[in-house]
Design a binder for this molecule. Sequence first.
Ligand code: AMP
Ligand code: ZN
Ligand code: FE
Ligand code: FE
Length: 278
Amino acid sequence: MIDLHIHSTASDGTFSPEETIYAAKKAGLTAISLTDHDSVAGIEQAQKTALQERVELIPGIEFSSKKDHFDLHILGYFIDWKSQKLEQILTDLRQSRLKRAEKIVAKLNSLGFKLNLGEVKVKAKDGAIGRPHIALALVKKGLIPDVKTAFDLYLANGKPAYVEKKILSVKEVIYLIHELKGLAVLAHPGLIKATPERLKHLILELVNLGLDGLELYHPEHTDEQRAFFTALAQEHDLAETGGSDCHGLAKPTGFNIGSLNIPDAILSELKNRLHTSG
Ligand code: AMP
Ligand code: ZN
Ligand code: FE
Ligand code: FE
């Protein structure tokens, strides 16, 4: 079994890159991908442990993007993660994440929460800073009972402490992933708030930009959604992938590493595309 969507402390997961490998081993997985938001900083660390533990590590990343007001997350697999160009782009994205965190903290302050950026940075360590870190800092200070409440009341899109983050366009993301010799997969399409007809059109547009696959297995997908996107993947000859989207303690247990029993064949199919996509 495999798990192709995992966050570590390089972004907003709470397990170190090494710990994700140990957890994968414990869950009996043969392969995982680290897919941190705007960061490949965990890959080198994870690689060493992966070799020791004989768990295959697929270098990955997760980019946030938008199309026609729909939030889209794009996963990049098998990317040349040592690329200079990538590092420059990621440094820039992470710097704007820091500025955005500052703005979110200011909004929370004006809402009466006594929180400072330093307390959020403690949660983020050196990783790409995100809303889960802010939520965790609020919970740690006893200002809000849990992460979910922090999102539901303040941090989610449309809530009083929400601030947009800098993103690349889907075209930029897909082209970048291809330039890095990787495969571009639309993450958790079931979370896109669009009608089935709109989703079909959206995915067609992404296919025209070069999208390589759809994430079918995700803890927040219903069986109906998986069936719907499987049909679309088949229609457009897209790879079928999946993962737990584990964030360690920053998300509930349903998101645990290896929780979805994803078959190894998914990974072999993905690799086949790598060889045929030139
Ligand atoms: P950011 O990159 O700062 O925009 O934060 C995105 C992260 O927040 C993603 O990893 C999501 O899984 C997480 N997230 C988004 N909405 C929620 C929510 N309602 N509860 C918990 N985590 C969430
Ligand atoms: Zn995340
Ligand atoms: Fe995501
Ligand atoms: Fe994710």
